[in-house]
Design a binder for this molecule. Structure first.
Ligand SMILES: [Zn+2]
Length: 400
């Protein structure tokens, strides 16, 4: 089991399992927010952080030493950083860390951590078993001691764990990628405006998605729930009076808590709740990744900062719209040039203000007609010139 999850007022309350490493006990986030984030974050960044975690565990004196709080504090920082990207990652991170920390104690049983989380990569798990088998054949697994006696043994141990950690990392990253691709494809299917799907609502489309596959992914899978208090009641509360106090103090509620056994459970829980709600899933018009608008529902852009960008998409997007409206658009440029030409006549008293007002009203109506069709700039230019000719004549008459 990975943890428990419930939903309240369109927010996901995710609790990690008791034996998870780190200081955080869970995350609360807007429904859909991290489901879409899971398809967005920069995978290279995650892979690099996993490399850093492996190195950190290998070079730091083992946590079995007297004071290991500093070790877990540092580890906790890594975990938190990844959780902030997406709490889905939490479970992958746990598997990697537990593999490295528990291998000395439970040996190849520790590979089960990777197996349980990387559910789409069972074929690749064999790479780890193959490595162990080969290592045993050539070096001998018994030579890997948690307390090396010579520098050579220490070096050997480092090499072994580095290889083990990197193999696990590759499997985890690969598995994240497989799940991301699936979520993206399915979100596309659910949100697509294409003919033939238009009349189906998202939930009906999920039924079709399941029908397309040999195994039903969403609708036939079981999720187990229990009605439980939304906060853990400490076991030392024994009397009714103390329980009453605690309930009042913490404003305890009863919620339907779902057991999450793997990442697929969490994806299923979040996606089905998302499409059952009136929350929109959108594709960012700038970066193309899916997102759930936090504020205004008519927003076109996500508020995330992509690799290679310094600003979030909504800021870049706003600038782009401004540019296409004011600067880059030839329709606007032609209009602006014309406007400046006529307005200078008003300033130099060669054109009546009232004539200019009528001209600019007509010209801006013409601009509004063509602004979204910059490819018709010649047609626009011709019409704008015709309109101008009338006022050119008036100006000429005024001159006389
Ligand atoms: Zn974006």
């Amino acid at each position: 089991m990975l943890g428990n999850v419930y939903i309240k007022e369109k927010e996901i309350y995710l609790y990690y399992d008791d034996d998870n490493i780190g200081k955080r006990t869970g995350m609360i986030y807007q429904l859909g927010y991290h489901l879409t984030n899971f398809t967005w974050f920069d995978i290279q960044n995650i892979s690099d952080t996993y490399t850093a975690i492996i190195n950190f565990i290998l070079v730091t004196p083992k946590p079995y030493a007297n004071d290991n709080s500093a070790f877990y504090d540092m580890l906790s920082d890594y975990i938190d950083r990844l959780d902030n990207y997406c709490p889905y990652l939490h479970f992958y991170t746990q598997a990697l860390i537990k593999l490295l920390l528990d291998y000395p104690k439970i040996k190849s049983k520790a590979i089960d951590y990777i197996k349980e989380i990387a559910t789409d990569s069972s074929d690749k798990i064999n790479n780890i078993y193959k490595f162990l088998f080969n290592y045993d054949e050539t070096v001998g697994l018994e030579s890997i001691s948690s307390s090396p006696k010579t520098p050579f043994q220490a070096q050997q141990m480092y090499g072994f764990y580095l290889k083990l950690g990197n193999l696990a990392k590759d499997i985890l990253i690969g598995d994240i990628n497989i799940k991301r691709d699936r979520i993206v494809n399915e979100l596309q299917y659910i949100t697509d405006e294409k003919e033939g799907l238009k009349d189906l609502n998202p939930k009906q489309r999920v039924l079709l998605l399941d029908f397309k596959k040999d195994r039903k992914y969403y609708t036939a899978n079981e999720l187990h729930s229990k009605f439980l208090p939304d906060k853990i009641i400490p076991p030392d509360i024994k009397s009714e009076e103390r329980l009453k106090q605690f309930i009042l103090e913490k404003a305890i509620d009863i919620v339907e808590m779902y057991q999450i056994d793997n990442i697929d459970d969490l994806i299923r829980f979040e996606l089905l709740n998302l499409i059952s709600s009136d929350i929109l899933i959108k594709e960012c018009q700038y970066c193309g990744y899916f997102f759930v608008p936090k504020g205004r529902t008519d927003t076109k852009y996500c508020d995330r900062i992509n690799v290679g960008e310094e600003k979030p998409c909504n800021e870049i997007g706003a600038m782009k719209v401004y540019k296409s409206d004011k600067i880059g658009n030839p329709i606007n440029e032609l209009y602006q040039a014309s406007y400046n030409r006529f307005y200078s006549r008003v300033r130099t008293n060669k054109m009546k203000k009232n004539d200019f007002r009528i001209w600019s009203e007509k010209a801006s109506a013409l601009k509004a007609w063509y602004i979204d069709a910059p490819d018709k700039k010649d047609e626009f230019s011709e019409k704008l010139n015709k309109l101008g000719v009338i006022y050119d004549k008036k100006t000429a008459m005024r001159k006389k």
